[in-house]
Design a binder for this molecule. Structure first.
Ligand SMILES: [Fe+2]
Length: 182
């Protein structure tokens, strides 16, 4: 299956997830361009950001959009979308899978599923993590309050080493701020 077919599957399964991955790809692209990534890296970033949540097509939408508080096991099931995504994609997409596998990791080791830290996390996964979190905060995901652009940027910044919380790469968040504030 190729990228177009996989994206078609996502759009058929859930329009919100489809719209989300498109926005994450757009934001990731902005950051990548500003960081002067190579053409190869930019393509890898595009594919990985578009497919980062493909595992969600194996999670019932009733659970993805459940308004009530999730139970521990439901939360674990949603988190499993990372590994489910890896299992869906073909081995020919090994590099993409390697980026997707770490899009919920955080620099301080509080992410999942592997609790990797800092340089253990691939650069492109760190970029997608910022774009993903920004979109989660600024778009209607049913279960949280929507933040304004400035509030979301402030939230990202407050979770960098500059403010003592090392979740997102400070340099990448600063780069993203410059792109998004225009
Ligand atoms: Fe995700």
């Amino acid at each position: 299956m190729n990228l177009k077919q996989l994206l078609f599957f996502i759009s058929l399964y859930d329009k919100n997830t489809y719209a989300h991955v498109c926005r994450v790809a757009y934001y990731s692209n902005l950051i990548g361009k500003k960081l002067l990534l190579t053409t190869y890296e930019m393509n890898l970033l595009l594919y990985s950001s578009l497919l980062h949540d493909i595992g969600k097509i194996l999670i019932p939408t009733s659970l993805l959009y459940k308004k009530e508080k999730l139970t521990k096991s439901e939360f674990q099931f949603i988190k499993s979308h990372v590994n489910l995504g890896i299992s869906i994609l073909p081995d020919t997409m090994a590099e993409i899978k390697n980026i997707i596998a770490y899009h919920h990791e955080r620099l301080d080791g509080t992410g999942y599923p592997y609790h990797l830290e800092k340089e253990q996390i691939p650069k492109l996964s760190k970029i997608i993590a910022i774009a993903d979190s920004y979109d989660a905060m600024t778009s209607n995901r049913f279960y949280n309050d929507i933040k304004t652009k400035d509030e979301a940027i402030q939230e990202l910044l407050s979770n960098t080493s500059y403010y003592g919380k090392n979740k997102y790469c400070y340099a990448y968040v600063k780069t993203f701020c410059k792109c998004i504030k225009k």
